[in-house]
Design a protein around this ligand. Structure first.
Ligand code: ATP
Ligand code: MG
Length: 460
């Protein structure tokens, strides 16, 4: 962290003039470089090239949004976005690596190797990513914005953004920041505040409720009381959002390094149920260790990301849905008298088809999810030569991790996790011995006829 960010994250030492004064919405405040102290070398070279090219062609252009917020907090921005007065068709002319995308509103993508800079024309009105029904600026009776392709001024562009801290513009001409919505003082006070009337803005785009929870978790900020107030009551509007968009949001919430905190924020506003309805339904059921498993999965994911390890949506979704799946599996075994693997496949079908109504899971993730689930039945049967084969399965590692998580959530798997831990650490001859011993332990699998009792929680 630089000294400037220490200053910014510590309200006690923040300049009096900036924290005390809130200007009317839309009124410009200029924060000079001497004040905000973002080191110039932290600005992305490619994004600056784009900004300067637009300037040289006579257009206004700024770095905007999350990147400026994150730079002020001393964090590394995920990506850099540019806002400009140039219309997309004008802007695209300036870049040979530029490509126009989007039907509802056009954006320019400028590619530099693996880096992509997104250039958007200043717009009036508000965002809703969800609908595409042909008209400009139409609004449904519910308040949901159906289409919005109206270009506007920089002030209008600032006011259609969601939260004040997301509406800061960096001017590359004099290195100052333009603030039209009191984002700068809110950032110093660590407040997530909706621009404009919170209820109206949440109705326009209910995903903003998830975004409020996400930024509070990611930044460790408080959600302003007026902004927080309508969320609980409006939460059911999330049921109308396209499942593909909710899938994307669920990854941003739960797989970006602050999943445990994001879950707490979602629970506070009762939002998690719209992303994971089946999991949510089990959270308060003392028969299932679901609540503990969810905590452990999310903490684990956060820890892995912190250590620079990879994470995959397939594992997270497989884990979060494991107990809903297992509950159905047991029902099918009992009620339909199905063989175990068939019951598992049927339960997987049922759980996935319910889940994709909330969050659309692409097949490249749902296929490995099924494998991870199936391996939960196969890993306990490591006898004879099976262990050797199982360990080479492409999903072995994920399935083993889920076994460990289930055990740490209070499920008694009779030392299964430890057996596999030992097996992985053993050399060839030790493995041989482990398999021989286990072969003699093998019990013929007897089908149970009577109704199974769900797993009872044996955790805190
Ligand atoms: P992250 O670090 O997660 O990328 P971000 O603030 O950059 O955070 P994005 O989703 O990349 O978030 O969006 C970029 C900017 O676009 C936001 O900072 C905000 O100004 C605006 N924006 C995005 N989604 C919405 C929305 N649903 N409603 C209003 N403004 C939005
Ligand atoms: Mg962003």
């Amino acid at each position: 962290m630089t000294s400037s960010t220490e200053k910014l994250t510590n309200t006690a030492t923040a300049p009096e003039s900036l924290t005390a004064e809130y200007l009317p919405l839309g009124q410009k405040r200029i924060i000079p470089e001497s004040e905000h102290q973002i080191p110039r070398q932290r600005l992305d070279d490619n994004a600056m090239k784009v900004v300067y090219r637009l300037h040289d062609a006579g257009y206004d252009s700024f770095l905007v949004g999350g990147c400026i917020r994150d730079l002020l907090l001393g964090e590394k921005p995920k990506d850099f976005d540019v806002a400009t007065s140039a219309h997309p068709e004008e802007a695209v002319e300036l870049f040979h690596r530029g490509r126009l995308i989007g039907r509802r509103f056009k954006l320019l993508h400028v590619r530099f190797g693996r880096e992509l800079i997104e250039v958007a024309t200043f717009r009036a009105g508000h965002d809703s990513e969800d609908n595409d029904d042909g008209e400009q600026g139409r609004q449904a009776a519910s308040g949901l914005i159906l289409r919005d392709n109206v270009y506007g001024t920089i002030e209008e562009d600032a006011l259609r953004r969601d939260f004040t801290v997301n509406a800061l513009y960096y001017c590359a001409k004099d290195y100052s920041i333009y603030d039209f919505a009191n984002g700068y003082p809110d950032l110093q006070k660590k407040i997530i505040r909706m621009i404009g009337d919170p209820e109206q803005r949440f109705r326009e785009d209910p995903v903003r409720m998830l975004r409020a929870a996400r930024f509070a978790a990611k930044l460790g900020f408080e959600i302003d009381a007026e902004t927080a107030k309508p969320i609980h009551q409006l939460s059911s509007l999330l049921a109308r959002i396209a499942p593909a968009r909710l899938f994307d949001e669920s990854l941003k919430l739960l797989q970006s390094g602050y999943g445990a905190a994001a879950f707490r924020q979602m629970q506070r506003f009762d939002l998690f149920r719209y992303l994971f309805p089946l999991t949510h339904a089990q959270l308060d059921d003392s028969e299932w260790p679901t609540a503990t498993l969810v905590q452990h999965v999310l903490k684990n994911t956060d820890r892995r990301l912190e250590q620079g390890k990879s994470v995959t949506p397939a594992f997270m979704f497989a884990a979060l849905l494991w107990y809903p799946l297992y509950e159905r599996y047991l029902q099918l075994l009992d009620d339909e008298d199905m063989p175990p693997l068939q019951a598992l496949h049927e339960a997987a079908n049922q759980v996935l088809s319910a889940q994709v109504k909330a969050t659309a899971i692409p097949r490249r993730f749902s296929a490995p999810m099924r494998e991870i689930w199936e391996l939960q039945l196969r890993l306990p049967r490591y006898h004879g030569k099976r262990a050797e084969q199982l360990i080479t399965h492409p999903r072995f590692r994920a399935a083993y991790d889920l076994i460990l998580l289930r055990e740490s959530s209070g499920e008694d798997l009779k030392g299964l996790g430890k057996w596999w831990t030992d097996y992985q650490q053993a050399n060839d001859s030790q493995r041989h011995g482990m398999q021989r011993n286990s072969a003699t332990d093998e019990q013929p699998q007897k089908r149970r006829r009577k109704r199974r009792k769900p797993i009872t929680r044996s955790h805190d």
